[in-house]
Design a binder for this molecule. Structure first.
Ligand code: PGA
Length: 225
């Protein structure tokens, strides 16, 4: 059992995570490290495309992402929801309105993640389905930079709700109630099928599946619902 192996758990665990998972994964490491002080982590953050490249070269123990790759043979375990929401600056006239028709976004300047981003792909898919075309005012490769740009009044954007984990939705950023949102996504922990996981990686995988949701929900996320 886990506790029998406790003394054996030491070594380094290499994790690569998707950009929006960096808002809660480091926090999840805390209780795990307390339990297994002999474990060190190396954690890197990539966009969807970057993560697939790491995975196809088998560079890490485990990966956390929100879209399971179709053309790689992987084992995938879902462990948490990852809703994508429309964000606006607090003073925006649409803040507080209910059931805003998605067509309303067409008239608004929009801030979009870079090519290769899974967030961008999910947003484009919905806009295509609903025949919406937005004016992309700015393209940015960072969720934090996008949040700054929204506050700066450059436009609206769609990001993971988890990007608000520390500040909540009561600060300078507001969530708009737009039809078809949130876009429902999930996080998965993934590794190449058949990969022999280390003792440490197995323990972390079990921890994530058993307790990940609870720890993540103890963050500011609960204030948003
Ligand atoms: P991204 O990934 O950083 O590539 O947008 C987030 C996601 O796929 O949920």
């Amino acid at each position: 059992t886990i506790s029998d192996l406790k003394g054996l758990k030491q070594g380094q665990l290499k994790l690569s995570v998707i950009t929006t998972a960096k808002y809660f994964v480091p926090r999840l490491l805390g209780p795990f490290c307390q339990r297994y002080p002999g474990v060190d982590f190396a954690l890197q953050v990539f966009n969807h495309e970057g993560l697939l490249a790491r995975m196809s070269e088998n560079l890490d123990d485990l990966y956390i992402l929100s879209q399971v790759p179709e053309n790689l043979d992987v084992a995938a375990h879902q462990f948490l929801e990852n809703p994508l929401v429309v964000l606006a600056q607090r003073e925006h006239p649409l803040v507080g309105q209910q059931k805003i028709p998605i067509e309303r976004l067409s008239g608004e300047p929009f801030i979009m993640r870079e090519e290769g981003s899974g967030t961008r792909r999910a947003v484009e898919k919905l806009f295509n389905q609903e025949n919406i075309s937005v004016k992309v005012k700015l393209e940015l490769g960072s969720n934090e930079a996008i949040k700054q740009a929204i506050v700066g009044g450059l436009g609206l954007s769609v990001l993971s709700l988890h990007t608000l984990a520390l500040e909540g939705a009561t600060g300078k950023l507001a969530i708009l109630d737009v039809e078809h949102f949130p876009i429902e996504r999930n996080w998965f922990v993934v590794y190449p099928n058949g990969k022999q996981l280390s003792v440490v990686a197995t323990a972390f995988l079990e921890y994530l599946l058993d307790e990940g949701k609870k720890v993540a929900e103890e963050t500011a996320m609960d204030k948003l619902h």
